[in-house]
Each structure stands twice: as structure tokens, then as C-alpha cells.
Write a protein that binds this ligand. Structure first.
Ligand SMILES: Nc1ncnc2c1ncn2[C@@H]1O[C@H](COP(=O)(O)OP(=O)(O)OP(=O)(O)O)[C@@H](O)[C@H]1O
Ligand SMILES: [Mg+2]
Length: 302
């Protein structure tokens, strides 16, 4: 089983105001800063975050490392991660970068932002350097720019059905006057974690094509727009296709990484989540969804 890190909310030093879920920062005995993200609604964000993190590791993507956690004071499940911006490093979120490049980029809200286009995001990411060394030790040969890494993030999103790559869920790190792409973070809204077990069971058993996991998988929406005049965001698969057109050779390298992760590898990750945190049917559904999306990615998008 994955370890469960015990935290005590009485030791918190600051609340994190960004994002929608309650979370706080604390220090471990060595003085390192960690974020506890509470899973107070019982919607599976803890297991989704941990599974996504382990899949990032298998793809060799620069990522924030999450562990399962428990706040013993409030008896609350959650996950923890270390900051990727320890002082003097500073984080600049996607929307801040986009606003610097285009003063007309929309302020406020993070959902349904039509200016969050593939073009705009590529222009911003192209100005960044690779993520800090400690996140790049495993980077596949041939992945040597921030945009190539970001294309990997977009493939990850299509694989894990992450619909939440909005402009506060990617970022740059300012390290010694150099802006670098931050490791990927915040994947708690993936893997259809908020479906009820009843719906999972029904979809897994259904003989109606429209209810099957394959049909469900095709519905995943990204937070990217093809252009600002579009009323609908791109699907996660369309976003992947658009980014891999920007970096075709690197797109193939990421696909080869995905191909190298077998069903047995995915099952081994799912098995490590404690049964009291993730139901049997959620495990079964996640496996089917991941294998279906993997198949679609390797088959060219359908
Ligand atoms: N490892 C980290 N290092 C530094 N800053 C972080 C880290 N993890 C999160 N943050 C900061 O905290 C914010 C909120 O965290 P996160 O995105 O994980 O939470 P969330 O509530 O799930 O967000 P959302 O509303 O996007 O679902 C991030 O936008 C980022 O500014
Ligand atoms: Mg977030």
C-alpha cells in the first residue's frame, strides 16, 4: 500500500487561498514546506491525485510528487506534496504569464476562458526553459524544451481524463532570474473521480453503446480552446492532437512512453491505494478508462 502521511492541522503555517479545495501549508521537521490538500467531500480527489502522480512517474514527466495523507486533528483524508517553489523560487501561474504577453487576456475566472487557446499557451510556454533539474532526471531522450514537456502534460490529461488544466493549473517557476516550466500539478479532478459507484457499475456492465466506458471516455473536455470565437472547449484528445502538431517528434516520444506502460503497470498502481480510500468498482472503472484512453491515444485519437 502507498504510505499515508500523518499531518496535524494545528501545525499549519498558512492557508493556501488559490484553488477551490481547502488546503494548508506546514513544515516537516527538516523545515521543508508541504501542502496538505483536504479531501473533505468524499469525491475521490485523494486517490485520483496519487494515481495521476504515479502515472506521471511511469511516463517520466516532470511532476509534483503527492502522497496519501491524513489530518489526525480533524480526522480528514487528503494528500500532501512538497512546494515546487521554495523561497527564493517564485511561482507565476499560467494566467499571469498570459496577461503579461497580452494585456487583453481575461482577468478573473478560470473556467470557460475562451482566450485560453492552444496558440496563446504555446506562445507563453515557448518562452520558458525546462523545469528545474530535480524534476528532469528521467526526461526521455529528445524531450529538450518546455513546450515538448508541456505536450507531455497534455497527453497525460487525455490519458487520465483530466478536464482541469485551466490557467491556474500550469505555471512557471522563477529560479535565479530564469523562468522555467513548473512540474505538472493538481490532477485531483481526473479519472472521473466524482462519478457515483452506482453509475460506474452500470456503465461497466452496460450493453448500450452510449453508456459504455468507451462512450464516456470520449466526453472528456479540456480547458483549451481552438480559438477564442469557439463556444466549446476542445476535447482532451483534440487538445493533445493540437499540441502534438506543434511538437510532432516529441509527441511521438511521449506516445512511446505511454505505450511502455502496460495494463499490469496500471493495475499495480491501482492496487497500492488502500481499500478504505477507493472502492473496488472505482478501481475497475479507472482501469477501464485508462486503458480505453491509452488505446485511443495510441490509435491516433479515436
Ligand atoms: N507543489 C506546489 N508547489 C507550489 N505551489 C503549489 C503546489 N501545489 C499547489 N500550489 C499552489 O496552490 C494552488 C492550489 O493548489 P491546487 O491547484 O493543487 O488546488 P485545487 O484546489 O485542487 O485547485 P483547483 O481549483 O484548480 O481544482 C495552485 O494553483 C498553486 O498556486
Ligand atoms: Mg488548482
Amino acid at each position: 500500500m502507498f504510505p499515508i502521511v500523518q499531518v496535524d492541522s494545528r501545525r499549519r503555517e498558512a492557508l493556501e487561498p488559490l484553488g477551490t479545495k481547502p488546503k494548508f501549508w506546514y513544515r516537516d521537521p527538516d523545515g521543508r514546506q508541504f501542502l496538505f490538500k483536504a479531501e473533505e467531500r468524499g469525491t475521490g480527489e485523494d486517490w485520483a491525485e496519487k494515481i495521476a502522480c504515479e502515472l506521471c512517474a511511469r511516463l517520466h514527466l516532470p511532476h509534483v510528487h503527492y502522497e496519501m495523507a491524513h489530518d489526525s486533528h480533524r480526522d480528514m483524508p487528503g494528500v500532501v506534496c512538497e512546494t515546487c517553489a521554495p523561497p527564493p523560487v517564485m511561482m507565476a501561474l499560467g494566467n499571469q504569464l498570459l496577461q503579461t504577453l497580452d494585456p487583453a487576456y481575461p482577468q478573473g475566472g478560470k473556467y470557460k476562458v475562451h482566450g485560453h487557446t492552444v496558440e496563446a499557451v504555446c506562445s507563453a510556454v515557448e518562452l520558458l526553459q525546462l523545469s528545474p533539474d530535480q524534476y528532469c532526471r528521467n526526461l526521455p531522450d529528445g524531450i529538450d524544451s518546455a513546450l515538448a514537456v508541456f505536450t507531455g502534460y497534455v497527453m497525460l490529461d487525455a490519458w487520465i481524463a483530466n478536464q482541469d488544466r485551466h490557467h491556474e493549473n500550469w505555471a512557471a517557476l522563477l529560479c535565479d532570474d530564469v523562468l522555467r516550466l513548473a512540474p505538472t500539478f493538481d490532477h485531483g479532478a481526473s479519472l472521473a473521480r466524482n462519478l457515483s459507484d452506482g453509475e460506474r457499475r452500470e456503465r461497466l456492465a452496460s450493453r448500450d453503446r452510449g453508456r459504455m466506458v468507451a462512450a464516456f471516455a470520449r466526453r472528456a473536455k479540456s480547458a483549451f480552446y481552438a480559438d477564442p470565437s469557439q463556444t466549446r472547449p476542445m476535447s482532451t484528445m483534440e487538445a493533445w492532437q493540437a499540441f502534438s502538431r506543434k511538437t510532432p517528434e516529441e509527441g511521438i516520444i511521449w506516445m512511446r512512453r505511454l505505450e511502455a506502460v502496460s495494463q499490469a503497470d496500471v493495475e499495480a498502481v491501482l492496487k497500492e491505494i488502500a481499500p478504505q480510500r477507493m472502492s473496488h468498482v472505482a478501481r475497475e472503472f479507472s482501469l477501464r478508462l485508462l486503458m480505453e484512453n491509452r488505446r485511443r491515444l495510441l490509435d491516433g485519437g479515436e
